[in-house]
Design a protein around this ligand. Sequence first.
Ligand SMILES: [Zn+2]
Length: 288
Amino acid sequence: MLKKLIKKKRITSNRTKIVNKLAPALSAKLHGFMKAQAKSIAAQVVRLYVKKLHGLNALRKITTQEIVDQLELEGWAAFVTTDIAPDLSDVFKRAAVEAVDMVGADAEGIDINQMDERALSYAKDRAAEMVGKKVIDGELVDNGGWSIEESTRDMLRSTVSQAVEEGWSSDDLFNAILDSGTFSPERASLIAKTELGNAVEQGNLDGWKASGVVSGKQWLTADDDLVSDECNGNQDAGVVGIDEEFPSGDTAPLAHPFCRCTMIAVLDDGSDAEKYDAGKLLHKLLKK
Ligand SMILES: [Zn+2]
C-alpha cells in the first residue's frame, strides 16, 4: 500500500464520490431550514417594499438597499451551530483517523481525545465563519468577512431591485422570493458539498499532521480549462510544508465553492516522496 502512487484523475473523482455520498442528507437538512425561512423573509421584504412604494408612516421613503439591509436573518447562527456543526465534526474526525491509518503511522501514538477536540473546534470555528464570526476566548466576534447571511442578502438584492424597477405587486415579489435561487435545493446542495469537502480535506490534514510522518502536501486540481487561477496557482506551488499555506492563503482545499481540487500527503522518508490519496481513503472509510 505504501508504494502505490495514485494518479491525479483518480484522486479527483474519488473526492467527488465521497462528498456526493454524504451531501444529500446534509443538503436536505439545509433546504428544510431555508424553506422555513423563505416565507418569513419574503413577508419582511414585502413589508419594507410597501413602505418604499408608499412611504407610509415614514419621514422618507426607504431605499432598495435599505430593504435588503433591514432584513433580519437571525436564524442561521443557531441552525449552523446545532444542526450543521455536529455533521462537520464527525466527517472531520473520521477523515483524520483514516488519514493516520493510510500513511502507515502507528495509531498507538495518536491521542484520540485531542483529535476529537480538534474536530469539535474545527466545526465550531467553521459554523462561526459561516455566519461571519470567529471564536475568540469562547466568545463569538464579528470577523467582517464573508457570511451566509450576507450572501443571502446579495441574492435577494437583485430580486428586490427588479421589483422596484418594474413596479411588481407585493404578491409577485413575495412569490418571486419564494421561487428564487436563494432558497432553492441547488443552493442547499452547494453549501452542503462545500462544507463537507472542506471538512474532509481539513480532517485529512489533521490526521497527517498527527501522524508525524508527513512533512509536506501538494494541491491537485482537476487539470482542465475550468480550474480557477487561484487553484492553478496552488498546484503550481508544488510541494509545500504540512503547516504552510498555499498561495491562495488556504491550508487545504477547497479554495472556493465548486472547487474540485484535492490534496495529497508527501512523506519525508528519503529521496522518493510517497504520495497518498485523501479522496481514496475517505471513500474506503465511508463504504464500511
Ligand atoms: Zn480548486
